[in-house]
Design a protein around this ligand. Structure first.
Ligand code: XMP
Length: 326
């Protein structure tokens, strides 16, 4: 990849006016580069790919084909939000692929974390490749590469990469955010009219909830992790912690234990809460959550989700734990 150094003269994009100027400039550049050809984009609904999509919709409209693969490992409401924002509101040419069964069938019985990750990554490429083959006249592939991705990989290869596509599906890359830092991407996303819940979204691993559903993924435990995560996020938002705590989520182990509810013995799963702060994700400290908030979250999770009978709060920093549980 050539030209991987951010121009020294480039001002930090930290105001709406600077974001507007960046957007106008990029629109002109994208139109000149793409002409009347088509551009493909894997749209996860994360900050970077969403901002690239919104920018390309402005620049080339229906020439953008955005593919959203629902692998069944997304958080509650995410696939619906992608469809609502990009298809219904922005009128994008969005291909929504329901690949939930495919992914879960491939993952059935696989407990080893690296194996799970490999299956999810490989299946994603396969689904994306199949969709790309159905389309004609695609010349470009847009990616949400941002500047830290380039810096971290020493300019060798970017992090956001639909790598693994076969030789005959190597498109010309379009990476309009490649000189932007994350905070600048958010300012641009806001100026493009994306909702705050997308622009200020906390980090989420590529393999999604598959990481947080420990051991072999089952549909039952996937629902438990999705529902408990949704309650945690709701309660954080109500308490003003959204946007303050760097990352927070739930994880479900693959064992059950005895509990009691309404005088009846239960045999159900525990859920683990995690809330951390960090600047670079290399190390992390624990957010000291208010006990009343923990009690509220515990009450809601155990009352609203029948498959869970215990709530645990992980107070281990990184190191020696990692941020994720997997
Ligand atoms: P760990 O668990 O290694 O996580 O302390 C550090 C940060 O990286 C995120 N993470 C990922 N992000 N793809 C991503 O884009 C991944 O495969 C992945 N795995 C972990 C994790 O959520 C945390 O913010």
């Amino acid at each position: 990849m050539e030209n991987n150094k951010r121009p020294e003269t480039m001002a930090r994009i930290n105001t709406p006016a600077l974001a507007e100027a960046f957007i106008e400039d990029e629109i002109q550049k994208l139109r000149a580069e793409i002409g009347d050809k088509k551009v493909l984009l894997a749209l996860s609904g994360g900050v970077d790919s969403s901002v690239v999509a919104a920018l390309l919709i402005k620049a080339v409209g229906q020439q953008l084909v955005a593919v959203h693969v629902n692998h069944g490992l997304l958080r509650k409401g995410e696939p619906e939000q992608v469809v609502e924002v990009f298809r219904n509101q922005m009128k994008a040419n969005l291909v929504y692929v329901d690949a939930v069964d495919r992914f879960l069938d491939k993952l059935a019985g696989v407990a080893e974390p690296e194996k799970k990750r490999k299956i999810i990554g490989a299946e994603f490429i396969r689904v994306f490749e199949e969709e790309a083959r159905k389309l004609e006249g695609i010349e470009f592939l847009a990616q949400g590469t941002i500047y830290p991705d380039i810096l971290e990989s020493d300019g060798v290869k970017a992090h956001h990469n639909v790598g693994g596509l076969p030789e005959d599906l190597q498109f010309k890359l379009v990476e309009p955010l490649k000189f932007l830092y994350k905070d600048e991407v958010r300012v641009v996303g806001k100026a493009l009219g994306l909702p705050d819940s997308m622009v200020y979204r906390q980090p989420f691993p590529g393999p999604g909830l598959g990481v947080r559903c420990l051991g072999a993924i089952t549909r039952e435990r996937l629902e438990l992790v999705r529902e408990s995560d949704a309650i945690l996020r709701e309660e954080f938002a109500k308490s003003g912690l959204e946007g303050k705590v760097w990352q927070y989520f739930t994880a479900i182990p693959d064992f059950r234990s005895v509990g009691v509810k309404n005088g009846v013995r239960t045999f159900a799963y525990p859920v683990i809460l995690r809330a951390v702060n960090t600047t670079d994700a290399m190390s992390a400290t624990i957010e000291p959550l208010d006990y009343a908030l923990l009690a509220r979250i515990t009450a809601r999770i155990t009352e609203e989700i029948p498959g869970i009978n215990r709530v645990l709060y992980d107070v281990t920093p990184k190191p020696c734990a990692t941020i994720e549980w997997e």
